[in-house]
Design a protein around this ligand. Structure first.
Ligand SMILES: Cc1ncc(COP(=O)(O)O)c(C=O)c1O
Length: 403
């Protein structure tokens, strides 16, 4: 649909979807101006998800790092434990306005699936989640939770049996059920209007950071740091500050285990312009232009593409991108757990790793805010493996025997 070939984003989808996307776009525009929609959305954010989320002053980390004052915007305090529920709630309300009866989603690690299943249950919508059969095996705890929430899980048995195959299957199902189903996309990506729509819902993060800091410090932050998978928590944190040129906006990608293709998921290292899953942006690609394999210890950052608005801000120099390795992320979890009593999700720990690098280089009266996109409960098994916790293995064995 894009007339300007340089423009990122767009909606590169089969013609069958155009009308549905146009209607979604129109509904989104009218909902933004509708006081009823706004009050219902705000009510759910406040009284269901638990907003505003706290802005934690990391006193001991600040002292230890010896530079900027470090603040953590704790999106992990949201219902379901991450920022994701915000755009699921927004989309769920839009789906109802459009007369849809069902939310569909795809999920890899299961996080977006759980958020969508939760919102569907809350709003009285049916829910179908597509998942590669390999991912189903690896993510039994989240599959179990989705089932308890009343969601139907559809295993995808072809290709690599992981996330990208689940996306294809979800799109196929959507095209067969356009009148009844809304496709709930889990980040600021996909065809227009999804990137703008999800960023609009998530931008509450940045607005809260501004007002919480203004109340307590009477000034803007000097830097805002957020991890970047597709970019929803980063765009949500950054959007408010884009016009404030004094505020550095730093996105932290998955540096994985190395800089070769297949060892990381950093579009800064190797992202190239491409079109995939309905939008134009930066993607990790092979020599032949196929989507390249990626790696990250955190499932949520292990994705080859990045939201088009974020890619645009990076290309134009407003947003800086950098990366943290798997090892740096694990170490950052440990550091902030011991010093601040905060157990971060592995995704968010990439942002925390960057804070450990930059805070000591910043003046003492400066402020760095890191968005803690999610809490670490979901990573319990990963942590136990990363910290080589023998007792945890014994515990699992005992659990198995008790079953
Ligand atoms: C806790 C957490 N943080 C970050 C991400 C990455 O997504 P995004 O870049 O859209 O915020 C995910 C994705 O699942 C996540 O679960």
């Amino acid at each position: 649909m894009s007339k300007n070939p340089q423009k990122l984003g767009g909606a590169y989808v089969p013609e069958m979807l155009w009308d549905t996307l146009r209607k979604l776009s129109a509904e989104f525009e009218s909902a933004k101006k509708d006081a009823g929609f706004q009050s219902e959305f705000q009510d759910l954010l406040r009284n269901y998800s638990g907003r505003p989320t706290p802005l934690i002053f990391a006193v001991r980390a600040t002292k230890d790092l010896g530079g900027a004052r470090v603040y953590l915007k704790n999106e992990g305090a949201n219902h379901t434990g991450a920022n994701k529920i915000t755009h699921c709630l927004g989309q769920g309300l839009l789906a109802k306005r459009l007369g849809k009866k069902m939310l569909i989603a795809e999920t890899g690690a299961g996080q977006h699936g759980v958020a969508t299943a939760t919102v569907a249950a809350k709003l009285g919508l049916d829910c179908v989640v597509f998942m590669g059969s390999e991912d189903i095996k690896r993510q039994r705890p989240n599959v179990f939770l989705m089932e308890r929430l009343g969601t139907k899980i559809v295993p995808v048995e072809y290709g690599s049996k992981t996330l990208k195959d689940a996306v294809n299957e979800a799109l196929k199902f959507w095209m067969e059920n356009l009148d009844t189903a809304h496709y709930c996309i889990g980040s600021v990506l996909g065809p227009a209007p999804y990137p703008e729509m999800n960023r609009y819902f998530q931008s509450v993060i940045g607005r809260e950071i501004r007002s919480e800091l203004m109340d307590r410090q009477h000034k803007l932050p000097d830097a805002v740091v957020a991890c970047v998978g597709g970019g929803s928590n980063a765009m949500g944190s950054f959007y408010e500050f884009i016009p404030e040129k004094s505020v550095r906006l730093i996105g932290v990608e998955a540096g994985g285990t190395g800089t070769k293709i297949g060892e990381h998921a950093s579009r800064k290292i190797a992202g190239e312009l491409g079109i995939f899953q309905g939008y134009k942006s930066l993607f990790l690609q092979t020599e032949e232009g196929q989507i390249a394999p990626t790696h990250s210890i955190s499932a949520g950052l292990d994705y080859p593409g990045v939201g088009p608005e974020l890619a645009d801000l990076y290309t134009n120099g407003r947003v800086e991108l950098t990366y943290a390795t798997d090892a740096e992320a694990v170490s950052a979890v440990d550091y902030f757990a011991k010093l601040e009593g905060v157990i971060s999700a592995l995704e968010s720990a990439h942002a925390l790793a960057e804070v450990r690098k930059i805070a000591p280089t910043m003046p003492k009266d400066s402020i760095v805010v890191a968005t803690l996109s999610g809490r670490g409960d979901k990573d319990l098994f990963n942590f136990a493996r990363a910290f080589k916790d023998e007792s945890f293995r014994d515990f699992l064995k005992d659990e198995y025997d008790r079953y």
